[in-house]
Design a protein around this ligand. Sequence first.
Ligand code: KG4
Ligand code: ZN
Length: 338
Amino acid sequence: MVFVADPMYILGIETSCDETAAAVVQNGTDILSSMVSSQVEVHHRYGGVVPELASRKHIEAIVPVVTEAINDSGLEAKQIDAIAATRGPGLVGALLVGYSFAKAYAYTIGVPLIGVNHLEGHINSVFLEPGPPPFPFVALLASGGHTGIYHVTSHTAIELMGQTRDDAAGEAFDKVSKLLGLGYPGGSVIDKLSKEGNPTKIAFTRPYLNKSDFDFSFSGIKTAVSLYVGRHPSDYKNRVADIAAGFQEAVVEVLAYKVINAARKKGCEHIAVVGGVAANSGLRHQVRLQAERQGLEVHIPSIQLCGDNAAMIAAAGYHYLNAGIRGKLSDDVFSKSK
Ligand code: KG4
Ligand code: ZN
């Protein structure tokens, strides 16, 4: 007789920044539902996320979003086996809404609580699609709050190889977009505009490209764009597409080069690229191109799984649970990775 284990249903909750998200995932791989309520409209006029407003919006959205995720999954609340919620890093006020809600809900329905590290959530997003990478692999995580390279030997054993010393890659996209008057969030706008520009017209600095470690620095590229704009106050507007293309190419070149080198250093044949910036068309293309030349295989989630979502939190939560890692009602959230 073949023993078939019961499926495990994890409810994921994510509120680390400006997205209120909930999802139900089966066995860490199959998304039964995934809801993301974005606050972009709220923060747009301020040119960035306003933490206090983010917390208030999470409070308004959390119950409807979780309810919708459960209804859409086709399950009943009593079928949920565990609740995984982002515990950090992120905005403390925003995290507190989702994590406190998860504590109360887990306690009420009598299931385990799992506090997930947001960065490990992003890395686990590659397991939500067919053909996930085998262990070990190297992951580039590039988002609005973090940019780093990791050596991943299991779902929960994730070693940092190098990270940005100043701005995150997504933060640089957002700041450059703001200084070019293109609005917030900047990544997708710059990505789109770059397609109309010539990346070789205006060359920007490529910090840390020649260093052998896996650290990054993006504030220098942002400053170079700012200086260029300052030197061409009257006509930079006619060159915005070329500036965007030149900036994007500089960022992409550094990210792609470092992740390929990290894979070679660790002898890994598989690379994952995750986080909001993994949605960037130039980065997706460049990493695939470079990897193909080196005989490496690349895994990049589809666009909706690159940005913040709760399915990745539920996926990571499933593996935490299997590894015996649980949250406690006395847990606090954390703003920065330790
Ligand atoms: O992972 P994410 O949704 O949130 C954080 O954990 O930070 O990443 C958001 C970041 C923002 O900085 C946004 O500008 C950037 O991802 N982003 C992009 C693109 N789409 C989103 N950056 C470059 N190109 C894109 N297409
Ligand atoms: Zn994120």
